[in-house]
Design a protein around this ligand. Structure first.
Ligand code: CA
Length: 230
């Protein structure tokens, strides 16, 4: 998750960077409106934190220009001014949310998470075919049915789903799930793939863990040709 901060108060920009990076976000900061617009226009960011009062171009102009250019990045607008007309102005210009300075950091984080979740940025499940892997509850779901996974099963399944479309060697799965130092051997991978296949079948999933001789495993959706990378 990459967040662009456009804020001319460098101390505040730095504080935001520290706060967000501590939560695993990648951040970049720019300090005037011209840079803000040209960085944001690249469309590579998952979220834009945009101050209103900026040198060279203000935040409202930037938001309008981005929306005109069909850049869909969610915008969290920051301003010291809290007057109603300013809030309305910010939202009209294309901001998704408006926060008045000084703000509580918890409020800011809540907004960031809400905006990212809204655009599917913050993933709490992985979906393939008719099946979802719930990342917080360690469950596989299909239709109304669900099955709980053990921690290892979950790690193997998540790895396969994250890298779907790619063939993962047993060695790589072993390294990723059990780590370099464990005494686990490739046979462990086979055993857990066996468990997962049973669990997938038990909930009526159309996801198959296919084995490719000597290469490894990958996921397929029944009835779809080859990989399901879409
Ligand atoms: Ca400012």
């Amino acid at each position: 998750m990459k967040i662009l901060i456009v804020e001319d108060e460098k101390l505040l920009a730095e504080t935001l960077q520290t706060l967000l990076e501590a939560r695993g976000f990648e951040t970049e900061a720019v300090y005037d409106g011209e840079d803000g617009l040209s960085y944001a226009e690249t469309g590579v960011y998952d979220l834009l934190i945009l101050d209103v009062m900026l040198p060279r171009r203000d935040g409202l102009e930037i938001a309008r220009a981005l929306r005109r250019a069909h850049v869909p990045t969610p915008i969290l607008m920051l301003t010291a001014r809290g007057a109603l007309e300013d809030r309305v102005g910010g939202l009209d210009a294309g901001a998704d949310y408006y926060l008045t300075k000084p703000f509580d950091t918890r409020e800011l984080l809540a907004c960031v998470n809400a905006l990212l979740r809204r655009q599917g940025g913050q993933v709490d499940e992985l979906v393939l075919g008719n099946t979802a892997l719930d990342l917080s509850a360690c469950l596989l779901r299909c239709g109304g049915r669900e099955v709980r996974l053990s921690a290892r099963e979950f790690d193997v399944m998540r790895f396969l789903m994250q890298e779907r479309g790619r063939v993962l060697s047993k060695e790589l799965i072993l390294e990723k799930v059990w780590g370099y130092d464990s005494n686990a051997v490739e046979n462990h991978v086979e055993v857990y793939v066996g468990f997962l296949r049973k669990k997938l079948a038990s909930i009526g999933s159309d996801v198959r863990i296919s084995a490719i001789r000597r290469l490894g495993y990958h996921l397929e959706v029944e009835g779809h040709a080859e990989t399901a990378a879409d």
